[in-house]
Design a protein around this ligand. Structure first.
Ligand code: FEO
Length: 168
């Protein structure tokens, strides 16, 4: 059985994962509107990743005899200046999520909940990848510095990303 405190905290995290899904969908929509369909595809795959994160937590709370309760999801930002700004914001957002996962882990340790600690380890590792994938593309965009040919090359690269559900 999961403690009330941990259940509440994971419910908050589920909300953040669903917000991430919504936020990245908003970024995908902007990128589509400026003709960068490969960048759009990158974020549409990220949307699926975020849903996977939320559902992984949903299943954990249910398996531990808890209850998932949903709150309103904040409206995401809809106006962006460039693909560079989008990746800068996405990288910042992943750092925010990492901090939030770390705080969840702190709570699982304080509650001496070994199952939750084991479960959250997956997310700690996942956040290393999440930050790295945003930062790598952000750095490439900084190198390209808005140059059209480089931008289209990167767009072609990102068009190839597909969603593979991570191993459980
Ligand atoms: Fe669910 Fe991108 O962290």
């Amino acid at each position: 059985m999961i403690s009330q405190k941990l259940q509440d905290a994971i419910n908050e995290q589920i909300n953040k994962e669903l917000f991430s899904e919504y936020y990245y969908l908003s970024m995908a929509s902007y990128l589509s509107s400026v003709g960068l369909s490969g960048f759009e595809n990158f974020f549409l795959v990220q949307v699926e990743e975020e849903r996977f994160h939320a559902m992984k937590m949903y299943n954990f709370v249910n398996e531990r005899g808890g209850r998932v309760l949903f709150k309103a999801i904040d409206a995401p930002k809809t106006a962006f200046k460039s693909s560079l700004e989008v990746f800068d914001l996405a990288y910042q957002h992943e750092q925010f999520v990492s901090q939030s996962i770390n705080e969840l882990m702190d709570l699982a340790i304080a509650e001496n909940d070994h199952a939750a600690r084991s479960f959250l380890n997956w997310f700690v590792d996942e956040q290393v990848e999440e930050e790295a994938s945003m930062e790598t593309i952000l750095n490439k965009l900084k190198l390209i510095n808005g140059e059209g040919h480089g931008l289209l090359m990167l767009d072609g690269e990102l068009a190839a990303r597909t969603f593979t559900p991570p191993a459980k």
